[in-house]
Design a protein around this ligand. Sequence first.
Ligand code: THU
Length: 156
Amino acid sequence: MKTKSEQLIYTVYDHAGELNPEDAALLTLAREATTTSYAPYSRYHVGAAVKLANGVLIKGSNQENISFPAGLCAERVAIFAAMASFPEETVEVVAISATADDFEVDEPVPPCGICRQAMLEYEMKSGKTIRLILGGQKGKVFIIEGVRQLLPLAFM
Ligand code: THU
């Protein structure tokens, strides 16, 4: 018998101004995408921006439904749209942000478990890790190299 552990390594920036210009631009796109969210039920508006290896940038936002499970998270809206348009491309970076109607989102927004699994699929498909940029409307920003880090013992 042995005990094992897995480590999450990520970089913490005090604010978006500390990011390199490309990462900062993608986070800005994710923040912009929150404005296209349809979230009358949760009143929580998530935006995601995907950067493909060919340089194309694609935005997505959460789309809710009166039949709650029919809704979809911003990350999957963005990544599925990207892959549907460019099926042979590699996803390089995904930025995520959010706003809320009733409070300020000043913490980095991490992807939900299903979105982690969905993004991991494209890491497996391409054999390349996806860089994640997580930010709120302001405040700290986390950068995580590889979705796999966020899903230990993933189903694969
Ligand atoms: N949501 C996302 O868009 N991404 C996540 O990773 C977590 C949650 C959405 C789903 C729902 O529309 C709202 O945020 C509240 O959970």
